[in-house]
Design a protein around this ligand. Structure first.
Ligand code: ADP
Ligand code: ADP
Length: 229
């Protein structure tokens, strides 16, 4: 059974159509890469699946429940408890150390200081950046910041991680290292990952590629990039 479902999802920004009827399933523990050129609707699809944006038409399902009709408060609660999100620029808090940044979601969820710090240190270690625990983002490289941001996105042990161009700001080698860590840890945790990228190489890390063009998904199974014309 699918963990995430989109059924005929349509979404526009004013007169600009972003999604023209997207239908797809993502299984629990699956790592999917949503690929396609800039402007084809990848981010909009991710925001709809994560309950951040409401579709204009169609349905979003999570573990058998239709969530697009839920209130903002209910969707926000779902995001806090079940989902993790990671963006292109990790958006770490500049004034806080790596350990404090990673502990933050746990503190906000009511975990005690000591337990939150212990968990944060353990997640930094899993991402290979334990030595940066007491360092602030301004003194880190881009790759180090994204590893810390990945630790922060996973510290609450979400069932689904939504990642929007998580390596988009990094050079190729650093991007692949960050992605390698992210995918390894996600598999260890059996975390479902929806990875949005315009970089076709990144899709090589996923179990399956969902190729988009012009607000729709290609279901031919052939892929759009490099496929037959
Ligand atoms: P991608 O992630 O593939 O680059 P997006 O989902 O960001 O695609 O965008 C899909 C389309 O919607 C594009 O034409 C984009 O310009 C437009 N769009 C996205 N966000 C907004 C917005 N906030 N306001 C207006 N148009 C938007
Ligand atoms: P991405 O790299 O994820 O495709 P963009 O860089 O296209 O995102 O967009 C960054 C932000 O600007 C997003 O919040 C998006 O919704 C918004 N945006 C994108 N296209 C437009 C647009 N044509 N008009 C207004 N806002 C837009």
């Amino acid at each position: 059974p699918a963990q995430l479902q989109a059924r005929g999802v349509v979404r526009s920004y004013g007169a600009t159509p972003a999604l023209r009827g997207v239908t797809l399933d993502v299984a629990e523990g699956e790592i999917v890469a949503v690929t396609g050129p800039s402007g084809c609707g990848k981010s909009t699809l991710l925001h709809c699946l994560a309950g951040i944006l409401r579709p204009d038409a169609g349905e979003i399902g999570y573990r058998g429940q239709r969530i697009d009709t839920w209130s903002e408060a209910a969707r926000s609660r779902l995001r806090r408890t079940e989902f993790g999100v990671l963006f292109q620029f990790g958006q770490l808090v500049a004034e806080l150390t790596a350990a404090e940044n990673v502990a933050l979601p746990l503190l906000l969820a009511g975990t005690g200081r000591r337990a939150a710090r212990t968990a944060a240190l353990s997640w930094l270690d899993r991402l290979g950046v334990a030595d940066l625990a007491d360092t602030r983002p301004g003194e880190m490289s881009g790759g180090q910041q994204q590893r810390c941001a990945t630790a922060r996105a996973l510290v609450t042990e979400p069932r689904v991680l939504f990642a929007d161009e998580p390596t988009g700001a990094l050079d190729t080698l650093t991007g692949e290292q960050v992605l390698g860590h992210l995918v390894r840890v996600a598999r260890e945790q059996r975390t479902t990952v929806v990875l949005v990228t315009h970089d076709a190489r990144v899709a090589g890390y996923a179990d399956r590629e969902i190729a988009m063009r012009d607000g729709t998904v290609d279901h031919s199974g052939l892929g759009l990039v490099g496929g037959p014309r």
